[in-house]
Design a protein around this ligand. Structure first.
Ligand SMILES: [Zn+2]
Ligand SMILES: [Zn+2]
Length: 178
């Protein structure tokens, strides 16, 4: 799976002096394994030349995701919003023999040959970080019956959950009155 639409040309900034920057707005389809994204991602991008390469800022990133309700498993739409995030894209791989060894997942490199930067991994990390933690279809969702699995929002299944067992004496009384 690739997000080739997240590869940005930086040719105009390659030889620019430190501090030179370019800003863009983007709207791109995104596809990541295991993330059910159902809308284009929109956002703003600022690429600034720094000594080591580029400082890349993403702001107001919005994308819709389809996730199951935590209680009833119904599929619902949630919007992920990333207010602000930034990464440094380096011209050369950092010296990994140093004591401060960096996880290779956290190293972003400029593709010098193509004069591009790839935002794919950057955005994937941010989207996961901002994923809805316990999504529910509504605050009053009754969830699934723990006994028969029936969706209690649709219809009560009359399973004897502990809660109901408590009221049994009353039910017995009702029977007597019949
Ligand atoms: Zn629900
Ligand atoms: Zn049930």
């Amino acid at each position: 799976m690739s997000n080739s639409n997240l590869i940005f040309k930086v040719s105009s900034l390659m030889e620019a002096s430190t501090g030179a920057r370019e800003e863009y707005s983007f709207e791109v389809p995104l596809e990541y394994d295991g993330l059910n994204l159902i809308s284009n991602a929109i956002g703003k991008l600022e690429i600034m030349k720094i000594e080591e390469g580029f400082n890349v800022k993403v702001s107001d990133l919005k994308v819709k995701v389809e996730v199951p309700c935590d209680k009833c498993l119904k599929k619902i739409e949630e919007e992920i919003l990333v207010d602000f995030a930034e990464r440094q894209y380096l011209m050369t791989e950092p010296d990994q023999t140093l004591e401060s060894k960096v996880d290779s997942n956290d190293i972003y490199l400029v593709n010098k040959k193509e004069q591009t930067i790839d935002l794919g991994e950057f955005l994937r990390q941010e989207i996961i970080l901002h994923f809805p933690s316990i999504p529910v279809c509504s605050k009053s969702c009754k969830g699934l019956c723990p006994i028969c699995g029936h969706d209690r929002n649709v219809k009560d299944c009359h399973c004897e959950t502990e809660e109901k067992v408590e009221y049994k004496p009353l039910a017995a009384l009702k029977d007597l009155l019949k």
